[in-house]
Write a protein of this length. Structure first.
Ligand code: HAM
Length: 450
């Protein structure tokens, strides 16, 4: 049997419901923040990622899915979303728009050839935002507030926001020189990756998992001592805006991020949940004030973040939060015998056209079998279609919970069901005790376990 590639997964059943719920919530959330939806290709010219994400990053140097297309062009499956959105911003001349800032959001699959493990996949889904055209720290705070708000709406409690500043180009240049000077005598102690980073991007030495316990790492100069006045001011203002929004955060001086494009603010939101595992960064991002010009656009500041669906869903699982409604059927339409299949099918279609979630029998079940199937599908109402119904145009509609039966004229079926389903829904609201904003009530029970 052919199996799925390593590091990928199939979506079906309950997981599918959860993802659908999450994406609906993201859609609504992004509308309220007034961001516009963008979609870019899943593959792009390899050079976009080499130049955009950075030659020395792990993502580009070790993890890309590269291929040649049939025209012998070098292509790469996107390992992240920012480079593609920046390319699109430039190519579609969004920088010329009068309604700056341009605030965009996206979701879709990303590909990295990593060692598969919990929370780390080779194909994974990201939701992200990229905002162009303002250097204001207010926008950094807005971007950070998006995942924080999302997690609040989902009911996820165990999270921690970490922020840091990498400074502007001037600060980074000063810091780079200080790092080179500091690590020079210890070069032989560093791992082979860090030796390479020393010449290409010394800042990333601080990010090294292998060398993190070396004394020379602990004694390394601190970035905060090299921040320019304007970078310090930017960072202080960001903190004030976060405080104004009531967002708790910690400053983590070791947070440098694995991508090359960041300047000024960087941040991560971690799952602070017992037993979550080491891949606990739920989302990450920061400011990139030079990426647009680096990719041949006009100088335009940018800021954004991305979060991984898989990690959010496992954090929710750890906190015992189930998303998504039971996939209840409103009406199940049953033929009394095979000769009424056509009439049944037509009524099913009419009900669907009127917005009812409607199911019928496709397997030629007998009446008992159909009642059982209706129960499996959690059908609220049953409609029987037989000889009398066809002749008299009066249908028997049965409430599948109370078993009450009603005789309803064909012309009034839609109106009748509308009314009855609304009654059911409001009685369900009355039962719900949990007070959770996004609660989905099922016969007085609630899917949100607090
Ligand atoms: P990143 O830190 O590489 O940043 O990824 C962002 C998030 O994607 C991570 O925090 C994690 O939740 C998820 N993620 C990354 N790799 C994997 C994987 N192999 N399996 C599962 N989940 C994963 C970026 O991608 C930047 N483009 C973020 C950004 C946007 N910065 C500015 N704008």
């Amino acid at each position: 049997m052919i199996q799925k590639p390593k590091g990928t997964y199939d979506v079906f059943g309950d997981y599918g419901k959860q993802i659908k719920y999450l994406e609906n919530l993201l859609n609504t959330l992004m509308d309220t923040y007034h961001y516009e939806y963008v979609r870019t290709p899943i593959f792009e010219s390899s050079s976009l990622f080499h130049r955009g994400v950075g030659e020395t990053t792990d993502i580009v140097s070790k993890e890309t899915y590269d291929f040649k297309d049939r025209g012998d062009r070098d292509m790469t499956l996107r390992p992240e979303g920012t480079a593609g959105v920046v390319r699109s911003f430039i190519e579609n001349k969004m920088y010329a728009r009068a309604d700056m800032p341009v605030k965009t959001w996206y979701y879709g699959p990303m590909f990295r050839y990593e060692r598969p493990q919990a929370g780390r996949f080779r194909e994974f889904y990201q939701f992200g935002v990229e905002v162009f055209g303002t250097p204001s720290p207010m926008m950094d705070a807005e971007v950070i507030s998006i995942p924080v708000t999302l997690f609040r709406l989902l009911g996820l409690k165990g999270i921690q926001v970490k922020i840091n500043s990498l400074g502007d180009q001037e600060s980074r240049e000063l810091y780079r020189t200080a790092l080179l000077k500091h690590f020079q005598p210890y070069l032989s102690e560093l791992c082979s990756d860090c030796k390479e980073r020393y010449s290409k991007n010394p800042l990333r030495i601080l990010d090294c998992k292998k060398d993190k316990d070396l004394q020379c790492m602990k004694d390394a100069p601190k970035l905060s001592d090299y921040l320019s006045e304007s970078s310090k001011k930017h960072f202080e203002q960001l903190k004030q805006y976060l405080e104004a929004l009531g967002i708790d955060y910690v400053v983590d001086e070791h947070l440098v991020r694995g991508l090359d494009y960041y300047t000024e603010t960087v941040f991560e939101v971690e799952a602070d949940i017992q037993g979550f595992g080491s891949n606990n960064v739920l989302c990450a991002g920061g400011r990139y004030n030079h990426l647009v010009e680096h990719l041949d656009g006009p100088q335009t500041p940018g800021v954004g973040f991305a979060l991984g669906y898989e990690r959010i869903l496992s954090a929710l699982e750890k906190e015992e939060i189930t998303l998504g409604e039971e996939n209840k059927v409103d009406v199940y339409v049953i033929p009394m015998s095979e000769e009424f299949n056509g009439k049944t099918f037509a009524l099913t279609q009419t009900l669907r056209m009127n917005g009812f979630i409607t199911e019928t029998d496709y397997l030629g079940r007998n009446l008992k079998g159909n009642f059982k199937q209706a129960d499996r599908l959690l059908a609220s109402f049953l409609i029987l279609v037989g000889e009398d119904e066809e002749k008299e145009h009066i249908y028997t509609i049965k409430n599948n919970q109370t078993k009450e039966e009603y005789q309803v004229d064909q012309d009034y079926i839609v109106m009748f069901l509308d009314e009855k389903l609304q009654e059911l829904e409001s009685s369900c609201d009355d039962h719900c005790q949990c007070g959770h904003h996004e609660c989905h009530c099922k016969e007085g029970g609630c899917h949100h376990h607090e």
